[in-house]
Ligand binder design. Structure first.
Ligand SMILES: Cc1cc2nc3c(=O)[nH]c(=O)nc-3n(C[C@H](O)[C@H](O)[C@H](O)COP(=O)(O)O)c2cc1C
Length: 183
């Protein structure tokens, strides 16, 4: 069992625990043992540069207006405050493979790493939200955080912390509906 966490307690997770959780993540299957996952972990004061880069990207791609309208300023404020309230942001990235098949294999392995990490986190009482948002495809965002977009792809950002509230409501389709038994 695991559920996405959308709101977190204002309490950081010890780096030793996070390292153990990512270690479990790293037992994901990986073709050619490439272990294509890399992590930039933003926490504490380090979150500010990450959040500033996100807001700059949202302005650049037009998701937030760059004007002095109080509405835009309020939006920037609430977005920044929310992002800064998340104890840890783990940006998961991989090297881009020119070969499509290798690229898919690497992305699949990175997704397995992310899911293993989420499952391991759950065992430690640590909640996560797997996010994919438009700034991840903004080359200037990657530049701002020190990555060359020609070389690297951001797979996801995991928001991490101790859950405040988690909905345990079961919203899954019975798997039999997706199963075809051939015998
Ligand atoms: C590739 C991927 C991207 C996701 N991106 C987001 C996201 O940007 N924001 C979000 O709230 N949830 C995101 N999710 C989480 C799903 O919305 C979530 O798993 C779903 O709502 C079911 O909730 P559960 O994980 O608690 O079962 C993403 C999940 C995946 C696999």
């Amino acid at each position: 069992m695991r559920r996405s966490t959308h709101t977190f307690k204002n309490k950081p997770v010890d780096i030793k625990i996070l390292t153990e959780i990512f270690t479990y993540g790293s037992y994901a299957p990986t073709h050619y043992m490439k272990e294509p996952w890399n992590i930039k972990l933003y926490q504490g004061k380090g979150r500010k540069e990450f959040v500033d880069a996100i807001i700059a990207s949202y302005v650049r791609i037009g998701m937030i207006k760059n004007d002095d309208d109080p509405k835009s300023l309020k939006l920037i404020d609430s977005m920044s405050n929310f992002l800064l309230s998340v104890p840890h942001h783990a940006l998961i990235y991989m090297e881009k493979e020119a070969d499509t098949i290798r690229y898919e294999e690497d992305y699949a392995a990175v997704c397995a790493f992310i899911q293993n990490t989420q499952l391991a986190g759950w065992e430690y009482g640590v909640g996560m939200l797997w996010t994919i948002t438009p700034y991840m495809n903004d080359p200037l965002f990657l530049k701002d955080i020190g990555l060359d977009s020609e070389v690297f792809k951001i797979a996801a950002v995991l928001q991490i912390g101790y859950p405040d509230k988690v909905s345990l409501v079961n919203r899954r389709t019975p798997i039999e509906k997706k199963m075809e038994l051939i015998e």
